[in-house]
Design a protein around this ligand. Structure first.
Ligand code: PEP
Length: 255
């Protein structure tokens, strides 16, 4: 059975590189003793030079929270895959709702995903609806977000993609306000169906699907055991080594 994937999204935290190193080391120290989980810490880019020096274990990798679709050029404020790679960065989150909220369209996200994959990065593509209504319009919303990326993608590139389903309305909330596990299972089936329509059954089955939004120690095991996901994307709880390790331990015992 393959390992459970845990992606830590630190967002624009912590404030200093001293704190970042402390959190990173705190997580890595306990993870090296644990089997069954692969962790990727997506830290602010500014901390990469320091964090990359601390990387010790194959169970932990480094990621970023965004990259641009060109290597260099007149793109003020952007960072390219080529720039972060020397710092042992293997993953990037793309299409996070907090970036889409700043104006990123599906097409813009797609362009960045295709470029990052072409540069050998593993992309954690985030999709998720703003709200849920009884009519089920959120399925169309998720389909549109996915198809913008998948339609321009080669089957071989699928190996470099993970899909993180993150209902926006649950992000940053308490564990009780997260999505219920039956609805998660339904969404995972829907995402697999779209992947299958584009690439066929076997390649589609291999794409890791993750859940993110209000993941805590209390609800994480159920998402893994009953939600049909291959891993979790953890925001706020990933900034506290005790909570993050708690989640890691809880999910590996539930595999
Ligand atoms: C996120 O925003 O990617 C996320 C998972 O946040 P949280 O865990 O804090 O809900």
């Amino acid at each position: 059975m393959s390992n459970v994937i845990l992606i830590a999204n630190w967002k624009m935290n912590p404030k200093t590189s001293v704190e970042a190193k402390k959190i990173f080391s705190g997580i890595q120290k306990d993870l090296v003793k644990m089997n069954g989980v692969d962790v990727c810490i997506c830290a602010p880019t500014i901390f990469l030079p320091e964090l990359s020096k601390l990387l010790k274990s194959k169970k932990v990798s480094l990621g970023v929270q965004d990259v641009f679709y060109e290597g260099t050029g007149a793109y003020t404020g952007q960072t390219s895959p080529e720039m972060v790679k020397p710092f042992k960065v293997t993953h990037t989150i793309l299409g996070h709702s907090e970036r889409r909220e700043l104006g990123e369209s599906n097409e813009f996200v797609a362009r960045k995903v295709h470029y990052a994959v072409s540069k050998g990065m593993t992309v954690v593509l985030c999709v998720g609806e703003r709200e849920r209504t009884d009519e089920g319009g959120y399925f169309t919303f998720i389909r549109d977000e996915l198809e913008a990326v998948l339609s321009g993608m080669k089957r071989a590139d699928l190996k470099k993609i993970m899909i993180a389903y993150e209902p926006i309305w649950a992000i940053g909330k308490r564990a009780e306000e997260a999505l219920d596990v039956t609805s998660l299972y339904e969404m995972v089936l829907f995402i697999r169906k779209i992947l299958t329509e584009h690439f066929g059954r076997a390649p589609a089955q291999k794409v890791p699907i993750l859940y993110g939004a209000a993941v805590k120690v209390d609800n994480a095991p159920q998402f893994i055991a009953e939600g049909g996901v291959n891993g979790l994307l953890v925001g706020s709880a990933s900034l506290d080594p005790k909570q993050f390790i708690g989640i890691s331990k809880a999910i590996v015992t539930k595999k």
